[in-house]
Design a protein around this ligand. Structure first.
Ligand code: CAA
Length: 284
């Protein structure tokens, strides 16, 4: 395939909206799909808001901002991806719905399209197995918040062919990210290290009876972290973190991977972090 001209993004939650924002800012026509028109509009507003902030801060021209927002087409139908060169999936982190979606995309998308998943802890190979073209399925794992975090992990699944893998790698660079190549092992590179590390931090909360505020102050000022672990888990979402921990524990059976009980209880209670305005901290 030549240059990627049109991208589809499936799921416009925090990650999908961030990915769509990167694409339109890079001048790429982007089709964004949500299950309802209202959810699509919410995502467009979110993207518009962050681009307006860039204008206000002198980082972007007003005309460029308007053109970028104009490159996003919203849809509720997967059929709208029929002409896309690359489709990036960012829906719920569950294997069943992802496999169903990839089977549908396989039916709808052009044979030469690249199908990418933003999964953070599931197997790209298992997701790809739902299609008749696993050689054209890759992982493109962005970090939260996608517009601000430079990294994207380009994940080669068992059957991924070179050309779609390199297409995804090149595209990651084109939208301003720093891509790295990795294989489809549990947690890929960063989460393999970060998830058990954050779990250790939460266990320290209980063991040493330090407060979340002091733990965050400690890691920011003693280890140079840009955010403390409690702030970071609130940002990522406590449910997302627990889910990723469970997937890694399931795959690797290392005790440090298992979600700490405190986080499981918080998730059960609906204390999910920033998105519910309550986690370790409360938000307005
Ligand atoms: N989308 C788009 N733009 C955003 C944004 C978002 N979600 N959030 C903020 N911005 C924009 C805003 O316009 C903001 O400016 P204003 O406040 O003036 O409007 C601008 O970005 C800068 O925001 P901040 O002032 O908050 O930026 P900062 O300098 O404090 O840095 C940070 C923020 C980059 C998030 C930094 O704190 C950081 O690096 N934190 C660590 C984050 C991290 O580790 N993420 C990885 C999580 S793990 C993961 O994602 C893997 C997984 O699979 C779960």
């Amino acid at each position: 395939m030549g240059e990627v001209r049109t991208v589809g993004v499936v799921g416009l939650g925090a990650m999908g909206a961030g990915i769509a924002q990167l694409c339109v800012e890079a001048g790429v026509d982007t089709v964004g799909r949500e299950v309802t028109a209202d959810l699509g509009e919410t995502a467009r507003d979110r993207i518009g808001h962050f681009l307006t902030r860039k204008v206000e801060k002198g980082q972007l021209e007003q005309a460029a901002r308007d053109e970028a927002v104009g490159r996003l087409t919203l849809t509720t139908e997967l059929d709208a991806f029929a002409d896309c060169d690359l489709v990036i999936e960012a829906i719920v982190e569950e294997l069943g719905p992802k496999q169903e979606l990839f089977a549908e995309l396989d039916r709808i998308c052009r044979p030469d399209a690249v199908l990418a998943t933003n999964t953070s802890a599931l197997s790209v190979t298992e997701i790809a197995s739902a299609t008749t073209r696993p050689e054209r399925v890759v992982g493109m794992h962005f970090f939260n918040p996608a517009p601000l975090m430079p990294l994207v992990e380009i994940v080669r699944a068992e059957l991924t062919a070179d050309e779609p893998f390199e297409t995804a790698f090149t595209f990651g660079g084109r939208i301003g990210k720093t891509p790295i190549r990795c294989h489809d092992t549990p947690g890929f590179v960063v989460n393999r290290v970060l998830i058990p590390l954050l779990n250790d931090c939460i266990r320290v909360l209980d063991e040493s009876r330090v407060t979340p505020e002091d733990l965050d102050t400690g890691m920011k000022n003693g280890a140079g972290w840009p955010m403390g672990p409690c702030e970071l888990i609130d940002l990522v979402g406590i449910d997302i973190h627990v889910h990723a921990s469970e997937a890694l524990y399931e795959a690797l059976r290392e005790p440090r991977m298992a979600a700490p009980p405190r986080l499981v209880r918080m998730a059960q209670a609906g204390l999910l972090g920033r998105k519910t305005k309550r986690g370790f901290y409360t938000y307005d």
